[in-house]
Design a binder for this molecule. Structure first.
Ligand code: C2O
Ligand code: CU
Ligand code: CU
Length: 483
């Protein structure tokens, strides 16, 4: 058992007093207080809908809603009236049918982030646009060997993705393990951030904020401000943590309980390893085994400097420069006996052992360029802004390619490829020992990362982009066609 660190104890003391001070909405949502006054309620989890006999059919209605957040009522947009939307539980080989109903005042669509499914037709096709008042029938067929793990769904309409995700439109997808890891319980923890005014309206976002990537002042877990978790000492929990923030990086400080990192982005790691700190870029997920000793702990995210451009800092709300507590975990009662060892290791595919059939370089950059308006800096990949009518990269189904992802701008970009996960083979000075798979990989300011991608199974057109969703909306997205 590790002692409560002084910093965590201090932080708990500070917010502990704030719980007592819960008052009117005006007070709760004042700029200085954020929503902290309404914190401390027991964690709620989204409803779960699970497949049966290989099928899951679900209706997801995207609609404006009034939702209780932090002791007040906020005007948001959510799926099926809840923040987050329902958790979808699937098995490899399942067929998922989603009827997306658009009750918003603007077009939307749906993306199943991280799933290895076809991007064609009514599959995971980011080019679909569903008009207000319309609905659309999506179908996703998971291959029988689909990796188990934590994935998520969110709208992906170019130009609106950041606004719609920031408004509350997201939910978890779980692909279940063949042989579950023995735990006391599982928790889905979706982290988001939001800036609400005194009336509970989402504050408008300025162009400089969008260029920087918006960060909400208040960090939420499952739509709650610093929810409270309870466990008995020695219980082992599996946390499925999703960074659904449009731009905020989570610099997780894993102090107090034992944290073992099992998987990143729905892909198991070569070993379940004890972890004390983890950086999750927007879109990333982490699966942990968490075993607390007796005590009260907080999960904190520390500031992370993701750089900036001259001119972008003017109107930036500096939520990223203060630590935030995501949740508290209270472990007391009779200690439970130790769980058995984690069954490991999985056999992981390692593309370093397979022939590479192509190499390419994608450069992410920000600057003024040809055809770009005076007020906007262009967000480009290989010098080009997104154009849905253009194919930027063509790959062969079945090939294995090495991609060098470079960043020639002074701010980080978390790069995401749909459908096919990336195996990171060179990340700055570090070369990962075991296979490390992710579907969002952070490219540090002026940095470079090399990945291998196996373009298995699916022909079709899809996208790769920066998962700072404002950057995606501003043009930092390209089209890939597999054939
Ligand atoms: Cu989660 Cu194309 O994104
Ligand atoms: Cu995605
Ligand atoms: Cu970016």
């Amino acid at each position: 058992m590790k002692p409560l660190s002084r910093r965590s104890a201090l932080a708990l003391g500070v917010t502990g007093t704030a719980v007592v001070a819960a008052g009117g909405a005006g007070l709760l949502w004042s700029r200085t207080a954020g929503l902290s006054a309404g914190s401390g309620a027991a964690l709620k989890e989204p409803v779960t809908v699970a497949s049966r006999q290989g099928r899951l059919a679900v209706r997801l209605e995207a609609a404006p809603a009034r939702i209780g957040i932090g002791g007040g009522t906020a005007s948001v947009a959510v799926f099926n009236g809840s923040l987050p939307g329902p958790t979808l539980r699937l098995d490899p080989g399942d067929r998922l049918n989603i009827t997306l109903v658009n009750a918003l005042a603007e077009p939307t669509n749906l993306h199943v982030h991280g799933l290895h499914v076809s991007p064609a037709g009514n599959g995971d096709n980011p080019f679909i646009s569903v008009a207000p008042g319309q609905s659309y029938e999506y179908e996703f067929v998971l291959p029988p060997d689909h990796p188990p793990g934590t994935f998520w769904y969110h709208p992906h309409h170019h130009g609106m993705a950041a606004d719609q995700v920031a408004a509350g439109l997201y939910g978890a997808i779980i692909v279940q393990d063949a042989a579950p890891i023995p735990v006391s319980r599982e928790r889905v923890l979706i982290v988001s951030d939001i800036s609400l005014d005194g009336d509970g309206q989402i504050e408008p976002v300025s162009l400089p904020e969008r260029m920087m990537g918006r960060e909400g002042r208040t960090v939420l877990v499952n739509g709650q401000v610093r929810p409270a978790l309870q466990a008995a000492p020695g219980e082992r929990e599996r946390w499925r943590l999703i960074n659904a923030c449009p731009a905020r990086y989570l610099n997780l400080q894993l102090e107090g309980p034992r944290y073992q990192l099992l998987a990143l982005d729905g892909r198991l790691l070569a070993a379940a390893s004890d972890t004390e700190e983890l950086l999750l870029a927007p879109g990333n997920r982490a699966d942990f085994l968490v075993t607390p000793g007796e005590g009260r702990w907080a999960l904190r995210t520390d500031p992370y400097d993701r750089g900036s451009m001259a001119g972008m800092m003017m109107d930036r709300r500096t939520s990223a420069d203060t630590p935030a507590e995501l949740l508290s975990l209270d472990a007391r009662g009779d200690p439970v006996p130790e769980h058995g060892p984690v069954p490991w290791p999985p056999v992981l595919r390692d593309l370093r052992e397979e022939p590479v059939t192509g190499r390419r370089r994608l450069d992410f950059s920000v600057g003024t360029g040809r055809g770009m308006g005076p007020a906007t800096m262009g967000f480009t990949i290989n010098g080009k802004e997104f154009d849905a009518a253009r194919v930027d990269e063509t790959v062969s189904v079945g090939s294995v390619e090495e991609w060098t992802l470079s960043n020639s701008s002074p701010m980080d970009h978390p790069v995401h490829l749909h459908v096919w996960p990336m195996q990171i083979i060179q990340d700055g000075a570090r070369d990962p020992a075991g296979p490390r798979w992710q579907d969002v990989v952070n490219i540090p300011a002026n940095g470079e990362v090399k990945v291998l991608v196996a373009f298995d199974s699916f022909p079709g057109r899809t996208v790769f982009h920066c998962h700072i969703l404002d950057h995606e909306d501003l043009g930092m997205m390209g089209v890939l066609e597999a054939r």
